[in-house]
Design a protein around this ligand. Structure first.
Ligand SMILES: Nc1ncnc2c1ncn2[C@@H]1O[C@H](COP(=O)(O)OP(=O)(O)O)[C@@H](O)[C@H]1O
Ligand SMILES: [Mg+2]
Length: 302
């Protein structure tokens, strides 16, 4: 499979976030990609192939530093090693002068190539956990390891870079930009990950084809059905070749047929894009597609 090469974003880890934005695209920020940041990060080999990282244009410190070729596989990519390991994670929020204890000692593992589902009623803590698996939030206590990196310890800047390069997000409400076509929406994640412009056209076409929407690439979200919009959102979430795709209730707004299409796309991209998927759902009918289901009740797995 053809993969692009990225320059290495070797700016200082503590560079102000604005310095990255200065030379970057002028697009509204998406849900799940909350704050761009400069910093040091390394994209490690995903299986057989090697993926040096790109420098973000206009980033400030570190621009022009040499590309780094990773020749050593991440230990967590070794056969059978988890891509995600969660160890006794707790999360509390201060609410009205006291602490709301939402996650109460979560332990889980996700292996490469798995489709793992977090099931549970509304309010049980699924989104809170998914946000931490994607480095959007950090535990009050406990550890989260992603491909051998301690997400619970990384700075905001490092987590932002890691998300941008290695993780894709899909949300219940699609999170597409309404004024952009399907093609432009998918292209956006390539811009965000500093993929060279020469790669965009083929990669966007490939991703939209993977989700069965090659013929809709010039349609705006309002010209697509809910299921089609969600499939564009999936194409967008995998365009930059993330190792991990996190999806929060991706079928909740869809009828059962459209939901089944989304699940079929998930199954296909695990094979064709070598991605690992962790999603939340409260829909019992789609659980059979999962390799593993964790059931959450009141902040704990049962
Ligand atoms: N930032 C926050 N501040 C306070 N309470 C929160 C916050 N985020 C989530 N919660 C609370 O945590 C509980 C679990 O929420 P959530 O993870 O969204 O559940 P689910 O996704 O399973 O519906 C809810 O009671 C919610 O109100
Ligand atoms: Mg939720």
């Amino acid at each position: 499979m053809k993969r692009w090469f990225r320059k290495h974003p070797s700016g200082t880890a503590d560079a102000p976030e604005e310095s990255l934005m200065a030379g970057e695209i002028e697009q509204p920020r998406l849900i799940g990609e909350p704050v761009p940041a400069a910093g040091t990060n390394e994209r490690k080999s995903k299986g057989k192939e090697t993926e040096p990282l790109a420098s973000f244009e206009g980033e400030g410190p570190g621009i022009g530093e040499p590309h780094q070729q990773k020749s050593v596989e991440s230990a967590s990519d070794a056969l059978g090693q988890p891509i995600l390991a969660v160890n006794d994670v707790h999360r509390s929020f201060p609410v009205g002068g006291s602490e709301l204890h939402v996650l109460k000692g979560i332990r889980m593992e996700v292996l490469p190539g798995q489709l793992v589902m977090l099931k549970g009623r509304s309010g049980s803590g699924k989104t809170t956990l998914l946000n931490m698996l994607g480095g959007l939030d950090q535990p009050t206590k406990g550890e989260i390891w992603f491909r051998g990196q301690p997400l619970h310890k990384l700075s905001d800047v490092k987590r932002t870079l890691l998300r941008r390069n290695q993780i894709g997000f899909v949300f219940q409400a699609y999170a597409l930009l309404p004024l952009l076509s399907a093609r432009e929406n998918v292209e956006l994640s390539l811009r965000m990950a500093a993929v060279p412009a020469s790669e965009w056209k083929a990669r966007v076409a490939h991703c939209l084809e993977l989700v069965g929407l090659a013929k809709r690439m010039n349609h705006r979200p309002s010209e697509l059905s809910g299921g089609e919009q969600q499939r564009v959102a999936i194409a967008k979430a995998i365009a930059h070749r993330p190792h991990l795709l996190l999806a929060d209730e991706p079928t909740a707004n869809l009828d059962s047929q459209m939901g089944a299409q989304v699940m079929s796309v998930f199954r296909n991209i695990i094979e064709s894009e070598q991605v690992t998927i962790c999603m939340t759902t409260h829909d019992p009918t789609i659980l059979e597609v999962a390799d593993h289901v964790y059931e959450m009740v009141d902040g704990k797995f049962i």
